[in-house]
Design a protein around this ligand. Structure first.
Ligand SMILES: NC(=O)c1ccc[n+]([C@@H]2O[C@H](COP(=O)([O-])OP(=O)(O)OC[C@H]3O[C@@H](n4cnc5c(N)ncnc54)[C@H](OP(=O)(O)O)[C@@H]3O)[C@@H](O)[C@H]2O)c1
Length: 267
């Protein structure tokens, strides 16, 4: 069963994947409990069971911590963490009874390493990673699996869909963090444009997980995901963040003119 949040997205899904004996579609807003329940009920009514749940829906805020509000944080977590967990709770009882089922959570490299201006997104993926790790132990005795597919940068237009808090909107972006956005936004866009991984190659990874008898909990899905995994594992902790900071374009001038810190010009 395919799902989409809005009427327009659902129409597109239905145009691309017409209804057939093996394919259906249903509206789903993962942040809405009633919608989650209705989508799972419709799937069970149509196909008899949910054998595999793929939690893919996600949003990404682009804002420094100081520019987020509680409401923004809740929105980020509602989609990327509470939503997937709610879906899991919805499908688990029948999977557990049948002793069959796979849960596939689309995580991110941001669930391994956090990036400036993406704290809230990272927090949501770290939360998903933590819950999935605990779930692995809980599901093993029932013969169920949970897998985190971890893409890095993907060649796609997804950067156009980023969410901004009121304070991080490009038109409001003056002040101490202006330089952060001016360097991070084009940097991320450039890395996505240069990325070799595509939505199709990630879908292939997901298919491989579906076909694997006992998939691993962690499945890095792009070359940079492997790179960041090994960096985190093997670089001494004292060095890791300093090395990554040095790789961020323009980061040496962040905060310039807005701090009285020694060695930096105050406003
Ligand atoms: N793109 C990347 O470089 C990248 C890298 C690492 C991980 N990821 C992860 O991959 C997954 C897919 O990302 P993407 O790049 O394909 O993003 P995308 O192009 O922005 O698509 C996100 C999808 O999630 C849906 N969605 C958002 N909120 C929803 C909600 N409340 N209920 C149901 N659906 C909702 C959107 O539906 P609408 O069309 O209705 O808005 C859209 O179809 C996400 O979990 C993301 O964190 C992406």
């Amino acid at each position: 069963m395919l799902t989409a949040r809005t009427g327009a997205s659902l129409d597109k899904v239905r145009a691309d994947f017409p209804e057939s004996e093996t394919c259906g579609s249903v509206a789903l807003d993962v942040t809405d409990d009633a919608s989650r329940k209705a989508a799972v009920a419709a799937t069970i009514a149509r196909f008899g069971a949910v054998n595999i749940l793929i939690n893919n829906a996600g949003i990404s805020y682009r804002a420094v911590v100081e520019h987020m509000t509680d409401k923004d944080e809740c929105r980020q977590m509602a989609t990327n963490y509470f939503g997937p967990l709610g879906m899991i709770r919805e499908v688990l009882p029948s999977m557990r009874e049948r002793g069959r089922g796979k849960i596939i959570n689309i995580s991110s490299v941001s669930g391994m390493l956090a990036m400036p201006t993406m704290a809230s997104y990272s927090a949501s993926k770290y939360a998903l990673e933590g819950a999935s790790e605990a779930l692995w132990y809980e599901l093993k005795p029932f013969g169920l699996s949970v897998t985190l597919v971890q893409p890095g940068f993907i060649h796609s237009n997804s950067f156009r869909n980023v969410y901004h808090s009121a304070a991080s909107r490009p038109e409001n972006c003056e002040g101490p963090y202006a330089r952060y956005y001016r360097s991070m936004n084009p940097f991320v866009e450039r890395l996505m444009n240069l990325a070799l991984a595509t939505p199709e190659s990630i879908a292939e990874k997901v298919l491989r997980v579906i076909r694997t008898e006992n998939p691993c909990l962690w499945v890095p899905a792009t070359a940079d995901a492997y790179l960041f995994y090994y960096l985190r594992r093997f670089l001494p902790r004292r060095l890791l963040l300093h090395v990554l900071f040095a790789c961020l374009p323009g980061a040496r001038r962040w905060g310039e003119g807005h701090t009285r810190r020694r060695g930096q010009r105050a406003a």
